[in-house]
Design a protein around this ligand. Structure first.
Ligand SMILES: [Zn+2]
Length: 245
C-alpha cells in the first residue's frame, strides 16, 4: 500500500487520540466507585437480612409479653373473684378454706408470671437496641451509597467530556486520511488496540522491539510513500526524522 508520508504521520496523531480514548474507556470501567458501590450493595443486602431477623426477634418477644400479660390478667381476675366470694363469707367453711388456698396459689402464680414478664421485657429491650443499631447501620450505608453514587456520576460525566473532546479532534483527522490507509489502520487497531506506531531509533514503539538489521535495511530502502509494517506486531510503522534509519 502507498500513502504520502504526510498522511502516514497523521496516523501517529490518530494513534495518540485512540490511546487516550482507550485509557478513558479503561478508567470508566475501573472507577473505584464501581467496586465501592458493589461492596455497599452487598453490605445493604446483609444488613437488610439482619434487620428482618432483629425485627422478628422483637415481634416474637412482643407476642410473648402479650401472652404473659393476658395470663397475669386472668390470674388477677380469678383472684378478684375468689376474694369477693371470700369477703361475702357465705358458703360452707370447707369451700372458704379452698378459696383461701387457691388465693395463695394464684398469688404465687402471679409472682412467677410477673418475673417472667420482667425478664421478657429486658430481653425485648436488648432486641430493640440490636434492631436500632442495624437500622442505624442501614441508614449510614444508604447515605454512603448516595455519596459514592454521586461521585461516580461526576467522574463518569468528566470522562464523557474528555471522550467527547477526543472524538471531536479525531473526526477531522480521519477526514484528512486516504480511505484505504484509514481502513488498514482501523483493521489493525481492532485486533491490537493500536493501528500505527512510530519507528524511533530503530525500535517499533508499538511492540517496543528493535528492528533486526535486515528489517531496518528493508525499511530504509522502502520508498517514503510505501506503507511499511512492523514485522513483529504488524502495525503500520511510521518513519520520521527520529526513526534512526
Ligand atoms: Zn512492532
Amino acid at each position: 500500500m502507498k500513502a504520502d508520508p504526510q498522511s502516514q504521520r497523521l496516523l501517529l496523531e490518530l494513534a495518540a487520540i485512540d490511546t487516550s480514548l482507550a485509557q478513558i474507556a479503561h478508567r470508566r470501567r475501573t472507577l473505584p466507585e464501581h467496586a465501592e458501590l458493589d461492596r455497599l450493595d452487598r453490605e445493604l443486602v446483609t444488613l437488610e437480612d439482619d434487620r428482618v431477623r432483629a425485627q422478628v426477634a422483637v415481634d416474637d418477644l412482643d407476642r410473648d409479653i402479650a401472652r404473659v400479660d393476658k395470663d397475669v390478667e386472668q390470674v388477677r381476675a380469678r383472684a378478684d373473684r375468689d376474694r369477693a366470694r371470700l369477703d361475702a363469707g357465705t358458703g360452707p367453711a370447707k369451700e372458704l378454706e379452698a378459696l383461701q388456698h387457691e388465693l395463695g396459689t394464684l398469688a404465687r402464680r402471679q409472682g412467677e408470671l410477673e418475673d417472667q414478664e420482667l425478664e421478657l421485657m429486658e430481653r425485648r429491650e436488648a432486641a430493640q437496641s440490636t434492631l436500632d443499631s442495624v437500622v442505624g447501620r442501614i441508614e449510614a450505608a444508604r447515605t454512603a451509597r448516595e455519596e459514592v453514587s454521586a461521585r461516580r456520576a461526576a467522574a463518569l460525566s468528566d470522562l464523557d467530556s474528555e471522550q467527547q473532546a477526543k472524538e471531536q479532534a479525531r473526526q477531522p483527522l480521519t477526514e484528512r486520511l486516504p480511505v484505504d490507509l484509514l481502513e488498514l489502520y482501523e483493521k489493525i487497531r481492532e485486533s491490537t488496540g493500536m493501528g500505527a506506531a512510530l519507528l524511533r531509533r530503530g525500535r517499533c514503539e508499538g511492540c517496543r522491539l528493535e528492528l533486526s538489521a535486515s528489517d531496518k535495511a528493508k525499511v530504509r530502502a522502502a520508498d517514503p510513500d510505501e506503507v511499511v509494517r512492523c514485522e513483529e506486531c504488524r502495525r503500520i510503522l511510521v518513519r520520521t526524522e527520529e526513526s534512526g534509519l
